[in-house]
Design a protein. Sequence first.
Length: 324
Amino acid sequence: MRKTWTCITSTLLFLLAGGVAHGAFPERPITLIVNYSAGGGTDLVARAIAKQAEKFLGQPIAVMNRPGAGGTIGVSAVATAKPDGYTVGIVTSSTLAIAPHVLDVPYEPFNDFQLIAGIGEYVYGTSVPVDSPFKSLKDLVEYAKANPDKINYGVTGLSVNNNLAMVKLMQAANVKMTPVVFKNTIDEVTAVLGGHIDVTNQDPPAVVGHINAGKLRLLASFSDKRWNWAPDVPTARELGYDFSVGASLGVAAPKGVPEAIMERLRSAFKSAAETPEFKKAVDSIYLVPKYRDHSDWETELKAALIDNEKMVRDLGLHKSQQKK
């Protein structure tokens, strides 16, 4: 009897000490879903943050690309993942604060996710092949005025920021151009290099290498500032078009992940985003490293969701305005 009681007592102590409970998170590798194709700016930032975050988590982070539908397929995969902390993903401001107004996305922007951290920003600019007759944004606009809908420009979705930038240019200049939707950035840039489309409006990782190689010409930055990597090229606003477009990206988990695990993930990704190695990696691919904690980033995105609804409706792109 004494031996049995001793065994029971030992078992209770073991349970109270967490002996059969799960060990410290994480106990196995984590998957990071990326909502765009391998090789693009979002993918490269994701791999850079994963490389640093796994040092703080003590487990490998495997990157899984789930591109398509303007980045919403990968984001949907994050929303429906098991909420145990072992699947997280990249989410972008376009997928949380623009796409819900344009597309029937299968997720609620702030009900189906728990944000971990904002980690960077995109900038945008419009480029043409180096042998294009358009030597400046003025040339492009003047041709578009004289030839409505003749200019074809590439985008990776109607709900993404690079398309909205071109729509804003068309509104500001009172011209019409035709969007051509590609599955991914690489296909889009390949098309403009091959002369299959006239213009691409993309972030620096997609085009700076081709600009430096003398294959593309940057006509204007569509962001608030000139690109650090092309300081002689003016912004659209400097050229008389009163608009700019920017975007952010970060990491999120599906709703329902236990708070203790969320704290662990937030701490690790904060530490990762603040490492010199991550900042150097992001700068080297011509994007802007910028950490925001989950609360600040959520406030920013919620404000953008509200503001963007009016903008999308004004542009005639709201899903309620589209022909079925």
